[in-house]
Each structure stands twice: as C-alpha cells, then as structure tokens.
Design a protein around this ligand. Structure first.
Ligand code: TRP
Length: 334
C-alpha cells in the first residue's frame, strides 16, 4: 500500500460509538490517514433503508461526524463526508441498478436475512437495491481497497461484477476495487461477559464503555468488571482461555498504553488494582476525545464547515467519475 492507494471505509450512522469500535477500528483509521489516500463516508442514505422515524438520521450523522473528527481524523489528511452531501452517489446508484440483474440482487444473503427479519413490516425496495448504492459509493472514488469484514465480501463481489460488466459494455471506465482485511485492532470484549464482544445491544450497558461516558461512569464500569475467583499469587496473568475477564482488562490496558498484555500483567497482583489502573488508562485516552466531541456537538457551525470540506473533496473526485460514466454511455452532455 502506498500514499496513492485509495482506501474507502463507510459506516452507517447508527448508535453510539464504544471503546470496542475505537480500539478495534477507529484508531486504525486515524493511523491510516497518513499511509494511504483515505476516504470515510458516513452513509446516511443507506440507513434510510430501515429508518422508521423522522429527524433521527440527521442527528446520528452529525454525532458520528463529530466522533470521527474527535478521535483524530484530520480533514486535511482524510476525506470525511456525509453520503447525502454528494449527489453523485444517488445518481450513479441508478446507473448501477440498470447494470445489475434482478436475479443477482435476489441472491444477496444480507437482503434475504434482513427481509426475513422484517417479515410483516415494511420491506423497502431500497433494502433490495442496497448493493447498487454501495457499488456506487465504491466505484465513484476509483477505490483500490475496501477494508471490510466477511459479512461484506458478497457486496464487494457484486460491485466488481457490476464494474466488469459495465467496462465490457461501455469501455474501461471503473477501477476494480478489492476487499481487504482491516488492520487488526484490539478485540474488546464485554466487561460483564468477557466471552462476547463489547456491543451496544447488551441489556444493562454495564459491560459497554461508550466514548461519551463521563470519567466517573467509566471508572464504575471497570471497577465492576467481571474477573474470576482464582486468588493465587499469580492471579493476574494473561491467559485468554482460562481467564477471559482478566485477559480482556489486560488487553484493553495494553491497547491504550501501547504495551503488551504480558507486560501489564507483571505490574499487578490483585484484580482490584488492575481494574482501577485500567479504568484510569482508558479515561486518560477517552477523555480528550469526549471533550472534543462535546465541543464539536456544541459548535454546529464548525461541524458543518468540517463536513463541507469533506463533501467538496469527495465531490471533486465523484463528479469526474460520473462524467466519465455518462460519456462512456454516450449521454447528451449537459
Ligand atoms: N454495507 C456496509 C455495512 O453495512 C456499509 C457501506 C455502505 C460500505 N457503503 C459502503 C462499506 C462502501 C464500505 C464501502 O457495514
């Protein structure tokens, strides 16, 4: 990968960002902005496929944008934008729809799963054509790499299939993107159930540390973290299989201090001290982010300005690609 490798990651504006999102993904985005040509889309149009109530998507989009800037994405390095601010996404999505077969979309497992789950509820056509909007997101930016988990590989495959078909029909127009495995971040587990991933869908919320949690709340969650009943002199040691709760604390501690879990384990003999120290280390990392996030959420003008910078940079690339597409098809110049 070089500085000219274009990398696109997009996330839907849903829910609050937690420590697992930060250590698992966002931290890598911040590092990546100096290593590649990074584009980050907040894909608000995608979330319309299932958004039920008015007025929510705008707030969640602003909140996620504030979070991305607060964790350290720099508008001069990375291109951070809201999908709906760049009209080319919707425009190219239509053309994508005309270059994919009904049968191909019907075979998408995500559509099958989501439409079954929504049985009896409104199933929008957007849920069905979702992959064509995603193909537009990717192809508009001549994207080389798309870091995604396994659940998204079928979407990248269909994007490539559409691009190949289009290039054959109308001549070389699109760069073929590749799915890449995201740089491995820490795998943060729930503080209450250290065998499952930290997640916002958890019942009580006690196992999930949000970036916007006040320091006192963060400390409370760490003090109550589940460990185990082993009390030997060697109780604090790094052993994921035998001691998942302790291992999770050690990994979190290591991730925020840039050390190894084994080295952290050497410093502690008791669970209580480890919990407090880990909570303090997490607060030291999260607090500046939380403060910057609040500042940005209180300064809507600045937040709008940052998103405008991103939208302009994104549009400059997207408009050229869309024009190339129109020219390849042979549409009447505007
Ligand atoms: N489908 C992706 C998800 O649910 C989100 C997404 C939309 C995306 N457009 C994209 C991801 C373009 C990467 C590139 O996670």
């Amino acid at each position: 990968m070089s500085n000219s490798t274009r990398v696109l990651s997009c996330i839907q504006p849903t829910g609050d960002v937690h420590l697992g999102n930060y250590l698992g993904a966002l931290q890598n985005w911040v590092r990546g902005q100096h290593e590649c040509d990074a584009f980050h889309g907040i894909v608000d149009l995608h979330s319309l496929t299932v958004t039920e109530e008015p007025g929510i998507v705008g707030e969640t989009t602003l909140s996620l944008a504030a979070m991305l800037f607060a964790v350290g994405l720099d508008p001069d390095d990375a291109t951070v934008f809201a999908q709906s601010h760049v009209a080319e996404h919707s425009q190219l999505a239509w053309i994508m729809q005309c270059n994919v077969a009904y049968g191909e979309l019907s075979r998408m497992t995500q559509f099958k799963d989501k439409s079954v789950k929504r049985d009896g509820q409104f199933i929008s056509a957007g849920l069905f054509t979702y992959p064509t909007l995603m193909a537009a997101d990717i192809l508009l930016y001549d994207t080389n790499h798309v870091p995604v988990g396994n659940d998204q590989h079928q979407h990248i495959e269909i994007t490539r299939d559409i691009a190949i078909r289009f290039n054959r029909r109308f001549g070389e127009t699109f760069v073929l993107p590749e799915a890449v495995t995201p740089a491995a971040g820490a795998r943060v587990m729930s503080l209450q159930d250290p065998t499952s991933k930290m997640s916002k869908s958890e019942d009580s919320g006690a196992g999930c540390v949000y970036i916007v949690d006040e320091p006192a709340a963060v400390m409370k969650k760490f003090k109550r973290a589940v460990t185990d009943s082993d009390t030997g002199p060697d109780a604090v040691r790094y052993d994921r299989a035998a001691k998942p709760g302790v291992a999770n604390l050690l990994e979190i501690h290591a991730a925020v201090t840039g050390r190894t879990p084994e080295a952290v384990a050497d410093d502690y003999e008791q669970y209580g001290a480890l919990k407090v120290a880990t909570g303090e280390a997490v607060v030291a990392t999260l607090d500046p982010i939380r403060i910057r996030y609040i500042e940005l959420m209180d300064d809507r003008g600045e937040l709008a300005r940052l998103l405008r910078v991103g939208a302009e940079k994104a549009r400059a690339v997207a408009s050229v690609t869309l024009q190339r597409v129109h020219d390849a098809i042979g549409m009447v110049p505007a």
